[in-house]
Design a protein around this ligand. Structure first.
Ligand code: NAD
Ligand code: UFG
Length: 348
């Protein structure tokens, strides 16, 4: 019988793409989202793309009674937990808001899962948990020598500590122990191939790809490139950009791994390509996709940016049998396809 997956934050950017892949792989899907940073339009887009139905509840993951009511109405086999706030800069201004929501949601979910004997958990972690200042290629054994540079990053690291501790402890033992895969994403960009599901940020985007597509569509004047004087081949920062559809598929591999493995565990796994790409390379790729120049100017460095930041993707290959398939040109072409078809996101 088809398994039922609870996807928290399933109306958001990565969650919605993952729901599409889950439905196409014939899982039943229940989504919880409070629509704080997303729109009901994403749920409709998922249904249009897949031709399949899902159960959607508008509500908050930190609200214990609400989460219990969802578990009481549905027989949940596993949880993929995307819900959380993610803006690095905002988290510096409002740390309590971030700790409260991100930690509160995870703790509440775990308590309800325990009550309903649900033991399988895929967590949206982030490469931001790595804070070794050596700027090397990161693998999962890289030790934490420093604290994350933002409260957002700290919430991710603390959520990993909570999950690891609970997996090691005895509170889930009467039901085989908690099983956790913590997926550490690098830089997700791109959109669904249909052009009808994509990233729809509120206000002016902080991240590179949505900023560029908004310049290309005429909503913003020009891109500011934060520094071209780094010790990198072209002077701009290197990142590990990953197509959101590859990333979504990585969650299915994580689920299959959890369903196949017995006993309690906490397994952190990088999801990235392993290929460092510069800001100039991203801009060049968008120029090809859009078919005209992207206006930009180089400005000073952005505080907190590391020169290089990319994954060692070997563990994902070995443990999950997963690796990325889609290249940078596909990522930028799909980001542009979505933006062009939906200049005002899900409003248009
Ligand atoms: P997103 O903001 O598009 O999606 C998160 C969703 O969770 C939103 O729909 C929001 O409304 C919902 N939400 C937030 N708090 C909630 C709560 N308490 N109850 C119910 N719903 C709630 O973000 P995204 O880019 O899709 O990111 C998904 C997850 O992946 C987040 O946990 C984020 O921290 C993590 N992540 C994202 C990136 C990235 O660059 N996008 C990188 C690494 C990790
Ligand atoms: N950049 C620009 N101009 C912009 C935006 C970004 O030049 O307008 C540059 C940045 O300086 C950086 C690169 O583009 O060199 C990528 O920046 P993003 O903001 O898109 O992504 P980051 O690597 O800074 O951050 C991402 C996530 C964070 C997460 C971090 C580490 O957005 O949530 O990866 O995992 F914490």
């Amino acid at each position: 019988m088809a398994k039922t997956i609870l996807v928290t934050g399933g109306a958001g950017y990565i969650g919605s793409h993952t729901v599409v892949e889950l439905l196409e792989a014939k899982y039943n899907v229940v989504v919880i989202d409070n629509l704080y940073n997303s729109s009901i339009g994403a749920i409709q887009a998922i249904k249009n793309i897949t031709g399949k139905d899902l159960i959607f509840y508008k509500g908050d993951c930190a609200d214990s009674d609400f989460v219990k009511s969802v578990f009481a109405k549905n027989s949940i086999d596993a949880v993929i937990h995307f819900a959380g706030y993610k803006a690095v800069g905002e988290s510096v201004e409002k740390p309590l808001f971030y700790y409260g929501n991100n930690l509160g949601s995870t703790v509440t979910l775990l308590e309800v899962m325990k009550e309903f004997s649900c033991t399988k958990f895929v967590f949206s972690s982030s490469a931001t948990v790595y804070l070794d200042p050596k700027d090397v290629k990161y693998n999962e054994t890289t030790t934490q020598t420093n604290r994350p540079f933002s409260p957002y990053g700290s919430t991710k690291l603390v959520q990993e500590y909570i999950l690891e501790d609970v997996a090691k402890g005895s509170e889930f033992e009467k039901v085989d122990g908690l099983q956790v895969v913590s997926l550490r994403y690098f830089n997700p960009i791109g959109a669904h191939f249909s052009g009808d599901l994509g990233e729809d940020p509120n206000g002016i985007p902080n991240n590179l790809a949505p900023y560029i597509t908004q310049v290309a569509v005429g909503k913003l004047k020009e891109l500011q490139i934060f520094g071209d004087d780094y010790k990198t081949p072209d002077g701009t920062c290197l990142r590990d950009y990953i197509h959101v559809v590859d990333l979504a598929k990585g969650h299915l591999s994580g689920l299959e791994y959890i369903f196949a493995k017995k006993g309690k565990f906490f397994d952190p796994i990088n999801l990235g390509t392993g290929a460092p790409v510069s800001v100039f390379q991203v801009v060049e790729s968008f120029v090809k996709a859009v078919g005209r120049p992207i206006p930009y100017k180089v400005v000073g460095r952005r505080s907190g940016d590391l020169p290089e930041f990319y994954a060692d993707p070997e563990k994902a290959k070995k443990v999950l049998g997963w690796q990325t398939k889609l290249d940078l040109d596909k990522m930028t072409a799909d980001s542009w396809h979505w933006q062009k078809r939906h200049p005002n996101g899900f409003e248009s």
